[in-house]
Design a protein around this ligand. Structure first.
Ligand code: OSB
Ligand code: MG
Length: 376
């Protein structure tokens, strides 16, 4: 982590934007047709920064929502920050350390501060975090489709674009045939499933049936807050379990490693309370021999830039859910959308901070709410 001089946060704004998705995204917990994102904008010492909150509209992935995060930031997190003196990032983070939970809200303001600090110090976020890779291998996450035929078509389209691995959302009853068909048509393709907590340990036979399809992993098969049953399951299936929802803190991760609740971690800065906590988890996983990859929450180009910077760290050895802007949106909110190269990689931004430029006209078009936060 590079050093930089202390920086003030003089003003802060909360903005909600809505971007329609190119196609509905269905998981075991629901369907999204639009990405509603809460943005945190900060300004101080003449330098601005912006961060994106990962929370969605409904609390189906975690307990956080866009609306709840707005209240947590407006009434609790940002007033603490605006009241404080100039500080470096860990000093600023102290201002909200007293707030329990609200990881996605904290991560959003942390992202804005890192963007501001990077811009003030002419360093990219990747540099600030200790990134080593200029390009990231990208996978794609495919929602539950209306038919198997539609799924096969989506897989073939994404592979043609270059994506390096395919993740299929699954749920009980929509899993074994899905994996069989996709594996049959795409024999050598790196393939994985994500259940978003849709199973219980009673579904052992159904989950064990997936062992025959040479999956890279199955993501979060069991309850969002479980580690014990995941350990029991991992001991009885060959496919590696990747944890997502179950790991929200370093304490969770240490327990998961000690219990062998899985073998791989999906790291999302939002879920774990920020990019710096995410880096700590990366370090812990590297030490434990757990490969990691960068997950996604259907972010706009702002959150996507942060994901790419995080994924440039050395332990991110597996392709992540860091897909190109056009996989999500007709038009992103950036001047230059993120594009996938034909080898399935994307460039990590190199400009200061997040290294992306928000298109002001586009931003205005998609803004549904904006307010300035008052100090305490
Ligand atoms: O479980 O990884 C997940 C999207 C929203 C909420 C949870 C998840 C996802 C995805 C899509 O799988 C990842 C992406 O492409 O951003
Ligand atoms: Mg997941």
């Amino acid at each position: 982590m590079g050093d930089w001089s202390p920086i003030h946060v003089e003003r802060a704004w909360l903005r909600i934007v809505e971007l329609p998705l190119v196609s509905p995204f269905t998981t075991s917990f629901g369907t999204q047709t639009v990405r509603r994102a809460l943005l945190v904008e900060v300004e101080g010492d003449g330098v601005a920064g912006v961060g994106e909150c990962a929370a969605g509209i409904e609390p189906g992935y975690s307990s956080e929502t866009c609306a709840g995060a707005l209240i947590a930031l407006r009434d609790h997190i940002l007033p603490s920050l605006l009241a404080g003196p100039a500080a470096d990032l860990s000093g600023h983070a102290q201002a909200w350390a007293w707030v329990r939970g609200h990881n996605m809200a904290k991560a959003a303001v942390e992202m804005a501060l890192l963007d501001q600090a990077g811009r003030a110090n002419q360093q990219s976020l990747s540099q600030l975090l200790g990134g080593v890779r200029p390009r990231i291998g990208c996978g794609v996450s495919i929602g539950i489709q209306a038919s198997l035929a539609a799924t096969l078509l989506a897989v073939s389209d994404y592979l043609a674009e270059g994506y390096q691995r395919i993740k299929l959302k699954c749920k009980p009853g929509y899993d074994v045939e899905l994996a069989r068909e996709v594996r049959h048509h795409f024999p050598g393709t790196p393939l994985m499933l994500d259940a978003n907590s849709a199973y219980s340990i009673a579904d052992l036979d159904e989950l064990r049936a997936l062992d025959q399809f040479d999956l890279m992993m199955i993501e979060q098969p069991l309850a969002h807050n479980d580690l014990i049953d995941h350990a029991a399951l991992q001991a009885q299936i060959e496919t590696s379990i990747c944890l997502d929802e179950s790991v929200e803190s370093l304490a969770d991760l240490r327990a998961a490693i000690a219990l062998a609740s899985g073998r791989i971690l999906n790291i999302k800065a939002g879920r774990v309370g920020g990019l710096l906590p995410a880096v700590q988890m990366h370090d812990t996983c590297v030490e434990a021999g757990w490969p990691v990859w960068c997950g996604g929450m259907l972010e706009t180009g702002i959150g996507r830039a942060a994901n790419l910077a995080l994924a440039s760290l050395p332990g991110f050895t597996l392709p992540g859910d860091t897909s190109a802007s056009d996989r999500y949106f007709e038009q992103d909110l950036l001047v230059e959308p993120f594009r996938l190269a034909s080898d399935g990689t994307m460039a990590v931004p190199t400009g200061p901070g997040l290294g992306v430029e928000v298109d002001p006209r586009r931003l205005k078009q998609i803004t549904v709410h904006v307010e300035e936060v008052s100090p305490r």
